[in-house]
Design a protein around this ligand. Structure first.
Ligand SMILES: [Zn+2]
Length: 269
């Protein structure tokens, strides 16, 4: 599905770029005709859609995370265990960060959105995804001073041209008024892709991979920070980032992601 997404999109982009260069009386009419000829497609199912993003059917398939959930990790509970009850995960393997919240579960539609934003330059998806994140993270945002996106290593950033976590953080900043410090965290060594690694391998892959850039330390010290990322899988990456922020004397670190992997067998306490 992902592989089919880019050719038609890039043809559309190329035609639009060509049209921008076109001058004269016909360009307006030609642009209108192009909009009719190339309707926007739902990023998940490729059906025509009004506006950008996903169609109503795919939107309904997104699993938005709502209470009850673990107050620490944001993992949804299948039943309400009462206030302040933590998930087993939070008790047995507490992370360096204080709280995590996610807008949706990482399932098929969420995965398609994340991949389109990450690998297909679909930056037009960031406003909707960031809006859902701002809603999911409102209690964290009320207390936070700064947003810090999880960084890409510069080699990967150069190839991919922009950082999707940074794009999401900018949308959340616009909606919440919490400032972004985009260059606060640096990846100080390249890491393997986390995909396909076991939980301990993921942790050692990213251990010590991040630090707070020296010129940004004064913007982190004593502040309540929210780390922003697209997906939370094992939590190893955000945990390594949170450790780096705490070493730089952040007052606290919370995590806000678009989607989180939920292991159903670990959900109930
Ligand atoms: Zn759709």
């Amino acid at each position: 599905m992902d592989a089919e997404a880019s050719p038609s999109r890039s043809i559309s982009i190329h035609l639009r770029v060509a049209l921008k260069a076109c001058r004269g009386a016909w360009s307006h009419a030609a642009r209108l005709a192009l909009d009719i000829a190339l309707p926007t497609l739902c990023v998940a199912c490729r059906e025509p859609v009004d506006g950008e993003g996903v169609c109503a059917e795919c939107w309904a398939k997104l699993s938005f995370i709502a209470p009850p959930f673990c107050p620490r990790l944001g993992i949804p509970f299948v039943y309400d265990p009462g206030p302040d009850m933590l998930s087993m995960e939070a008790i047995s393997n507490p992370p360096a960060y204080a709280r995590a919240r996610a807008a949706v579960r990482y399932d098929a539609v969420a995965r398609t959105l994340v991949h389109a934003l990450k690998y297909q330059d679909r930056t037009d998806l960031a406003p909707a995804m960031g809006r859902w994140m701002a809603r999911a993270g409102h209690e964290l945002l009320d207390e936070a001073a700064v947003l810090v996106p999880v960084p890409l290593h510069w080699r990967r950033a150069w190839r991919r041209r922009y950082n999707q976590s940074g794009a999401l953080a900018r949308v959340i900043a616009e909606r919440s008024g919490v400032k972004v410090v985009p260059e606060a965290l640096q990846r100080i060594r390249p890491t393997q892709q986390q995909i396909g690694l076991s939980r301990p391998q993921r942790a050692s892959n990213v251990q010590g991979a991040f630090k707070v850039a020296a010129p940004e330390q004064s913007r982190i010290a004593g502040r309540r920070v929210i780390l922003v990322d697209d997906v939370l899988t094992s939590g190893a990456t955000v945990d390594a980032c949170a450790r780096a922020l705490l070493r730089a004397k952040a007052a606290s670190v919370d995590v806000l992601v678009f989607a989180r992997v939920v292991d159903s067998h670990k959900t109930p306490i």
